[in-house]
Design a binder for this molecule. Structure first.
Ligand code: HEM
Ligand code: HEM
Length: 188
């Protein structure tokens, strides 16, 4: 029997992916746009809903095994990097709405600090792009090797099993050296 994330975990992962994409595409272009009170109120509402869902999801997932679907025992260094990336994704997803709400608060109160709040907001967006790109890239790479991780979360284009080739063996040797380093320097 393959290990798989629960239907609820998968549901949250994929509906949240849509919510995140929507949040990024409908982004405020500049501060003047927020003179429109309806848009400002919608932004505040969206940020609160987004933040609540991220927090609920974090607490639901925090004790779930990382790389759950893997057929074989994963290297400790590998698990460490995957977990760290997931945490950075969560950090950026919490910072985005929080700093958005901070912008709204500074606007309403008319106090200084707007440039700093916007800079942190933009940095949070940047961090989310980078960490999510790494996450998606790593998922496709794992699928290419047929490790089982993909099948644990992604309902389409299922893997059919571990793939063996000289290229994969070479890549895994390089990876294992890297994971050993992580293990020696950061875990042990
Ligand atoms: C094509 C897009 C994506 C693919 C193929 C993908 C794939 C996966 C896979 C295979 C896992 C399971 C990893 C494990 O078992 O440890 C996972 C978990 C996770 N994904 Fe994605 N993902 C995608 C998009 C996203 C996006 C856009 C976000 C954030 C907005 C995200 C955030 C996470 C997080 C935080 C986890 C850890 C489990 C959890 O807390 O729900 N993923 N993803
Ligand atoms: C989950 C909620 C939110 C998401 C996902 C989000 C996302 C983004 C993104 C991706 C950008 C572009 C950053 C860049 O240029 O790199 C942006 C810019 C901006 N956001 Fe948000 N945002 C959210 C909530 C808010 C809220 C609540 C406010 C204020 C009411 C706000 C105000 C702004 C402003 C003023 C900018 C433009 C900054 C500039 O002048 O360059 N955002 N947002």
């Amino acid at each position: 029997m393959e290990n798989s994330h629960t239907p609820l975990a998968k549901f949250i992962h994929w509906t949240f992916t849509i919510l995140y994409a929507y949040g990024i595409f409908k982004q405020v272009e500049d501060l003047e746009e927020l003179d429109n009170v309806a848009l400002l109120n919608f932004e505040i509402f969206f940020a609160i809903v987004f933040l609540i869902i991220v927090l609920l999801r974090y607490f639901y997932m925090k004790d779930v095994k990382t790389l759950l679907g893997a057929h074989e025992e994963m290297h400790k260094g590998h698990l460490f990097i995957a977990k760290a990336t997931h945490r950075l994704v969560y950090f950026s997803l919490i910072m985005l709405p929080t700093t958005g709400l901070l912008i709204a608060g500074i606007l309403a109160a008319g106090i200084p600090g707007m440039q700093v709040a916007i800079a942190i907001h933009e940095f949070s967006a940047f961090l989310s792009y980078v960490t999510i790109a790494i996450h998606v890239g790593a998922s496709f790479y794992s699928r290419f090797k047929g490790e089982g991780v993909w099948n644990g979360m992604v309902p389409v284009w299922k893997e059919t099993g571990k793939r063996d080739s000289s290229l994969i063996t070479k890549l895994e040797n390089v990876e294992n050296k890297f994971y050993d380093e992580i293990d020696d320097r950061l875990i042990k």
